[in-house]
Design a protein around this ligand. Structure first.
Ligand code: FAD
Ligand code: MLT
Ligand code: ZN
Length: 466
C-alpha cells in the first residue's frame, strides 16, 4: 500500500485546531508536537491479533480515561500510515430505555457488556453477544455488523438496529435516530452505516430493539463422532427445541485440545471426540425447558447421534461450558499469531474446508510440535447455526509460506461453493482485496459509488474496505 498523496502530514497547526475544538489537553494523545510514551500510543497502532501496525501520531479521544474498542479481527481499526484515530470511549452515555417497547438509545462508545448489564436490570437483553463483550463498543458492533453467539435467535443488527445518528466527513449530522419498527419512507440509509466499518461516516448514537431476557437459560455440551452427526444434532435441535433454541455452536477436537493445553484444564466430557457442539436454550419456564432439553439429550443419545453429552447443572457450570467455546480465539493466540478466516459456507460443506486446509498445510510440511514448524494447528469452530465457520490457523510466527498455502486457496474454495469470504468480521484491511470472491463487479462498482458519494475525499478509514 502506498500512502495517499492527497493527504497532508499532520502539523502543529492541526493539533492546535483539535485542542481548541475538543477544549482540553487530555482529549488528545499528541505525538506530533508533544512527547508521547510508546505505551500510550501502542493501543492505537496495534491490533488484537498482533498482525497489523500503524503509525498514528494523533489520537482524538474526547476526554476519556477509559480504553475500549479495537477488538476487530480484520485490521479495520488500525491506521495504515499516520491517520488520525478517533476513540469514542468517552461517548458512553445511555440516553433512554423504554421498558414497554424494549428500545434502547445509547452512545456509540458504550461497552457492549455495560449495555447488556444495564438491560439485565430491566429484564431485557442486548440482541448481540460475543467473546469481546468486555471491551468492544456498541458503535464498533454496529459499524462491523457483528454477528456473535446468538444471531440464530435474535437476528442480525440490520434488523434490530432501528436508528442511528452518524457524522459524515464534512460534518453533516445524519439524524436518523428513529425508534420505529416500521418505516417504509424512502431508502433505509442507516443500513449503509451498519457494516460500513467507518468508511462513510462515524456512528455517534444507536437506537436498538432489545428482546426480553429469558428467565431460563440452559446449556448442553455434546460430542459426536463425525461432522455429519453434528448436522443431525442440529436438525433434531431445531425440531425438538424449536422456539427456545438460542445458540448452536460447533467446535472441533483440535480447538478443544488447544484450549485445554493453554489453560491446563480438562474437557467437560471424558475421552476424545472428533466434534463437539454447544446448544443453548432460552425460554421462560425453567422446569419446562429443562425437561425438554433432557428429553432431547436422551433422544439423540438413544439414536446414537451423539456419543456423549452433559447438561449444565448450575450457573457456574453453564459459564464453564460456554468458556470452552468463547475461550477459543484467545487460546489460539497463545503461540504468537493466528490466520483467521471467517466464512459463510453451505452447511453440508462447512467442515470440509478445515480438512482440505489441514491436508495442504501438512503436504507443505508446515505443521508440527516443535519450533521449526510455523503452524501449531489448523482448527475449525463457529456459529454452525448460522452456517458460519471460523477456520483458524494458529502459528508461532506469521510466515509467507503459510500464507501462500492459504491464499488464494481458501478464497477460491469459498467462491466455488458460493459462500462468503467474510461472514461477520467485515473486510477491513485483511479482506479488502478479496471482495471479488464474494461480490460481483457490478456490486463492487456500486459500493465504490456509495463510498465516493459520502466520502469524496476518501478520508474515512482510508485504504480499507472497498
Ligand atoms: P473496533 O475494532 O474499534 O473497530 C472495528 C471497525 O469499526 C473499524 O473499521 C472501525 O473504524 C469501525 N468503527 C468502530 N467504531 C465506529 C463508529 N462509532 N462509527 C463508525 N465506525 C466505527 N465479531 C463477530 O462478529 N462475532 C463474534 O462472535 C466475535 N467474537 C470476538 C471474540 C473476540 C475474543 C474478539 C477479540 C473479537 C471478536 N469479534 C467478533 C470481532 C470484534 O469484536 C467485533 O468486530 C466488534 O464488533 C468490534 O467492535 P470494536 O468496538 O472493538 O470495534
Ligand atoms: C468467535 O466467534 O469466537 C469470533 O468471531 C472470534 C473468532 O473468529 O475467533
Ligand atoms: Zn464469530
Amino acid at each position: 500500500i502506498k500512502r495517499d498523496a492527497r493527504f497532508s502530514e499532520i502539523t502543529a497547526d492541526h493539533v492546535a485546531f483539535f485542542k481548541d475544538l475538543l477544549g482540553r489537553e487530555t482529549a488528545l494523545i499528541d505525538g506530533v508536537t508533544g512527547e508521547v510514551a510508546a505505551d500510550d500510543m501502542e493501543p492505537y497502532n496495534g491490533d488484537w491479533m498482533r498482525k497489523y501496525r500503524g503509525h498514528c501520531k494523533l489520537v482524538l479521544k474526547p476526554g476519556s480515561t477509559q480504553e475500549g474498542g479495537n477488538t476487530g479481527l480484520v485490521g479495520g481499526s488500525v491506521p495504515v500510515f499516520d491517520e488520525i484515530v478517533i476513540n469514542t470511549s468517552r461517548m458512553n452515555q445511555i440516553h433512554s430505555f423504554d421498558d414497554v417497547s424494549g428500545i434502547l438509545v445509547a452512545d456509540a462508545g458504550v461497552v457492549l457488556e455495560v449495555a447488556d448489564q444495564y438491560l439485565a436490570e430491566k429484564g431485557y437483553i442486548f440482541p448481540l453477544d460475543l467473546g469481546a463483550k468486555g471491551s468492544c463498543h456498541i458503535g464498533g458492533n454496529v459499524a462491523t455488523n457483528a454477528g456473535g453467539l446468538r444471531l440464530l435467535r435474535y437476528g442480525s443488527l440490520h434488523g434490530t438496529v432501528l436508528g442511528i445518528e452518524a457524522v459524515l466527513p464534512d460534518g453533516t449530522i445524519v439524524d436518523d435516530l428513529g425508534k420505529l419498527r416500521k418505516n417504509n419512507t424512502g431508502y433505509d440509509l442507516k443500513q449503509l452505516f451498519i457494516g460500513g466499518e467507518g468508511t462513510i461516516g462515524m456512528i455517534a448514537k444507536v437506537s436498538i430493539q432489545c428482546p426480553q431476557r429469558s428467565h431460563a437459560v440452559n446449556v448442553a455440551f455434546l460430542a459426536g463422532e463425525s461432522y455429519e452427526k453434528i448436522q443431525q444434532v442440529f436438525r433434531e435441535a431445531k425440531s425438538q427445541l424449536g422456539e427456545i433454541l438460542s445458540a448452536f455452536e460447533l467446535m472441533d477436537l483440535k480447538s478443544q485440545q488447544l484450549v485445554q493445553k493453554v489453560r491446563s484444564s480438562n474437557s467437560p466430557l471424558e475421552g476424545e471426540h472428533p466434534f463437539y457442539c454447544l446448544i443453548e436454550t432460552s425460554g421462560s419456564n425453567s422446569e419446562h425447558d429443562n425437561e425438554k432439553l433432557e428429553k432431547f439429550l436422551e433422544d439423540v443419545m438413544t439414536k446414537e447421534i451423539i456419543t456423549d453429552g452433559v447438561l449444565a447443572q448450575d450457573e457456574t457450570q453453564l459459564r464453564s461450558l460456554w468458556s470452552q467455546r468463547e475461550g477459543i480465539p484467545e487460546c489460539l493466540g497463545h503461540w504468537g499469531g493466528v490466520y483467521k478466516y471467517d466464512l459463510s459456507i453451505p452447511l453440508q460443506d462447512l467442515y470440509k474446508l478445515v480438512e482440505d486446509v489441514r491436508e495442504k498445510i501438512d503436504a507443505a510440511g508446515l505443521r508440527g510440535d516443535s519450533d521449526e514448524f510455523p503452524v501449531v494447528d489448523v482448527v475449525g469452530y463457529g456459529h454452525m447455526g448460522d452456517s458460519n465457520l471460523h477456520l483458524n490457523v494458529a502459528v508461532r510466527r506469521y510466515d509467507k509460506r503459510v500464507e501462500q498455502v492459504l491464499e488464494p486457496f481458501v478464497y477460491e474454495w469459498i467462491a466455488k461453493v458460493s459462500g462468503s469470504i467474510s461472514a461477520e468480521h467485515g473486510l477491513g484491511l485483511a479482506k479488502k482485496n478479496y471482495i471479488g470472491y464474494s461480490r460481483s463487479e457490478t456490486m463492487v462498482a456500486l459500493m465504490k459509488q456509495i463510498k465516493n458519494l459520502y466520502d469524496p475525499n476518501g478520508i474515512m478509514n482510508p485504504y480499507k474496505y472497498v
